[in-house]
Design a binder for this molecule. Structure first.
Ligand SMILES: [Zn+2]
Length: 433
């Protein structure tokens, strides 16, 4: 018992700080070329939440890098750290966000307890590991809230595949090489009925073009493998409660998430990952078969867009969230409730600042003598970023939060600003080196 306590103390110490500076271990020493998928529930409200593992699955092939195992960015409200079971050494880590974290910031989430599905895809360990589910505290540090001890030798708690799923080989929309050195993006069609197969194939090719159509994605085109899942559901269309539309679709996507008309999301993460199956997967795009404007995305979770005429811009914006971990740079006072962005701490996203710790953001990129806040120049068209500065109004707040340029993909569908583009390129490198 004492030994166990000592181990947990050691893990707590290692996991709470210093993980992002940890040395990358040799993949082959610690992991096999398989994926460990963990399906779990996150249950709670704004005061408290915890996780319960529902099932694990062994999937052939690991899509991530073999050398970049430790996440250097410390972005995200949550983080998973896989530690060696004997020494406590961090072997793998990733930061991420979840839909639950947005729920807890709604008025209902203040008191009412809810249960959300979440899924992690990790490299398959060769030996026993402690998987630390971490959550950011008020001081912005990560704290372990739950340990899951996993031994690859023990009998596995297999998740039963749901019988409605017929996993076929995925479509190669673009294949550029070994998944260990590429960013593998999987497009999951949602709201396509039995008669929609031809349309689904056309739409997947279009979404692949949208994914790679904007900088810095277009310059890094050769770093992406893009896959399409060939699955249709019972009926066509997307659930839209305000318009009285209910569809029993593949992964249960719906408009009007948390009362916002255009916020198109799903809570059915288990179904989503069962549909992806063994397709090499670093990131997920859900392609929603509806022409109503809408989308949504969460960092290292998924991105979703409808087929609206603005989708060629909506999708890159959502990928800024899901791949880049970027914040919205626009102002929306309705969304600035709760403590989504506290003005007294530095936000973790790279493209907004409260000036509490601006040196950790884009201060070094600013031109000499740049005024803070930088005055807005209305003559700059919305299709251009304008000069780099510190412009007030971002992260939904009109006051107290600042963004790098007047216009950006994360604000009003201008090109990604230099700060956002830099982070996206740094993240792309995590998968390709
Ligand atoms: Zn930006």
């Amino acid at each position: 018992m004492k030994k166990l306590f000592l181990l947990f103390s050691l893990l707590g110490c290692l996991c709470a700080g210093g993980v992002s500076q940890a040395q990358n271990v040799r993949f082959k020493k610690c992991f096999e070329d398989y994926t460990l998928r963990i399906d779990y529930h996150r249950v709670g409200n704004r005061q408290h939440d915890t996780v319960y593992v529902v099932g694990v699955e062994r999937i052939k092939g690991w899509a991530g890098s073999l050398t970049q195992l430790i996440d250097p960015f410390d972005n995200g409200d949550y983080r998973v750290v896989v530690c060696d079971g004997a020494s406590g050494q961090p072997l793998y880590s990733r930061g991420y966000n979840s839909l639950f974290h947005e729920y807890r910031d709604t008025p209902q989430g203040k008191d009412s307890i809810a249960c959300f599905e979440e899924v992690l895809r990790l490299p398959w360990p060769k030996k026993r590991v402690e998987i630390c589910f971490q959550k950011r505290g008020e001081d912005q540090q990560y704290y372990t809230q739950y340990y899951y001890s996993f031994s690859p030798d023990s009998a596995l708690d297999k998740l039963v595949r749901e019988s409605w799923v017929r996993v076929e080989s995925p479509v190669r929309l673009q294949y550029k090489g070994d998944s260990h050195k590429k960013i593998d993006v999987v497009i999951v069609p949602e709201g396509y009925g039995p008669a929609d197969t031809a349309k689904m194939m056309r739409d997947m090719a279009t979404f692949c073009d949208y994914l790679l159509g904007q900088e810095p994605f277009s310059s890094r085109r050769a770093d992406f493998n893009v896959w399409g899942v060939r699955l249709t559901g019972e009926a066509s269309g997307i659930t839209d409660p305000k318009r009285g539309i209910q569809v029993n679709s593949l992964v249960g996507a719906s408009y009007n998430t948390f009362g916002s008309d255009r916020y198109l999301m799903t809570t059915r993460l288990f179904k989503l990952h069962v549909a992806i199956g063994s397709t090499p997967c670093d990131h997920i795009i859900i392609m929603a078969n509806s022409t109503t404007y809408g989308g949504g995305a969460i960092y290292n979770f998924y991105a979703m867009s409808s087929l609206n005429e603005m989708a060629y811009m909506v999708l890159p914006h959502e990928l800024g969230h899901s791949i880049g971990g970027l914040a919205d740079e626009y102002v929306d006072e309705l969304l600035s409730y709760g403590d989504m962005h506290s003005l007294t701490v530095e936000p973790t996203e790279p493209n907004i600042t409260t000036l509490v710790d601006f040196a950790s953001k884009w201060a070094a990129m600013l031109p000499e003598g740049c005024a803070v806040p930088t005055p807005f120049d209305k003559s700059v068209p919305r299709t251009e970023n304008g000069p780099l500065g510190v412009y007030e109004g971002a992260g939904y707040h009109s006051k107290g939060i600042y963004r790098p340029t007047m216009h950006c993909m994360m604000r009003d569908y201008a090109p990604f600003c230099p700060v956002c583009a830099r982070r996206l390129n740094d993240i792309f490198d995590l998968y390709t080196k």
